[in-house]
Design a protein around this ligand. Sequence first.
Ligand SMILES: [Zn+2]
Length: 455
Amino acid sequence: MCALASSLLFSNVAAAFRTAIDSPDFAGTQGAIAWEQPEIGFFLSREGLPPGISAAETEQALQAALATWSAPECSRARPFFAGWVTGLPAPSDAQNTIAWVQNWVDRSLNSAVPGHTDILYEGNAGIWQIAETDIYLNAEEFEWRAGGDDARTDVQAVLTHELGHALGLLHPCESDGSDGAPVCGQGGDVEAEATMYPLYSPDQASLATDDVEGLCSLYPVATDACGECGRFETCIEGQCRVVCAEQVCDVGSLCGHWGCVPAGGCLERSCEQQSCSDDSACGPLARCKSGVCKRGNLPWGDRCASSPDCANGACVGGVCQPDCTLDAECGFNGSCQLATPATARGCVESGRYPLSSMCSAGADCQSGLCVFPEMGGSCTVACGAQSDCSSSWTCENVEGRSVCVPPRYHLSAGCTVRDGNSGGLGSAAIALVLASVWRRRKQRVAARFCGSRVG
Ligand SMILES: [Zn+2]
């Protein structure tokens, strides 16, 4: 009785399918890693057609494989044949291409496999999507057929399997347990009958239930309140939210020059004269007064509390300065420093700043010494003993140099004292440049191989 119960349990393994989030490459990632748009076009290359199969037969097999993946009603994925192209696929050419390859071994592809799929992912704020995929068919090591049932490899079966990868499915198991997958042979029929099983079978031309469940987990027919979110949006708890640089904005907020902005707020760098409901709609350089974004009246060089006090520019170290995003905007001897509030930056003049002022390079400081420029930077002075430093500062050795360290820093690896000779951009400035654009952290993930031919 016990044996029967456990074998029933075993054969009822609910799902075997795996997707990219199950791979160690994407450990900790949330949500489905799939194509954002359900219509996904695939081109066929005219190059490298092997003997025994025609271009028309290849297209016919592809059309059939695409139709197979488009058929399940629980999925909105609609991969389609986009046409013929010349030339071989190129990674990052923004085109999904399927090609016969005659120089398979020269390309360092595994000679035991009939097909190979390359997938390019792009991510933003921890949310990943498939950006491009190319499929290669091994015309060098394999004999192919389209239709029939002889011992040659069936192109439709291989294309169906590879298209499963191209849509975001991994193998349900790996023979060696690689890629964080279970070792094949433990998942029963659910695993073995799947089109995504790593070993070739001519039966892979039709989908098993597990393949359909995997597909529908990646491309569910919209049932939540989100429906379909836009390109720079993500669905959180049923609502589309804008992703702005590294930040997910509040419901209804948009992505402006300085980050998330309430709907109806100013998205530009200069918001002066734009209509507003409150200060947050005016960016960091202006305030909302009587429904209009306005600047202050203090000229450059005057003391300020925050950037909207200034008639122009930003408030840095308590002084109105020209605003900037890069050191290069601040002239040969200037640097671009965080202002108040810290969402904007302003130029500071080199060599001008006394002890404890913010700095990004030694050249900013009267002393020529800037401690911890990577962490915001403070102008400091060299010290021989604790008595050389003011009361709350400590005389410490920072990378071989004794300097007074302000209380806000803790010594840690990788911090440096920058002397007056160093130039270039501060790391904080570089970080801001990155944050001001849609970050495309493209990552080419290791190839997903089909297993070797059985029998
Ligand atoms: Zn495969």
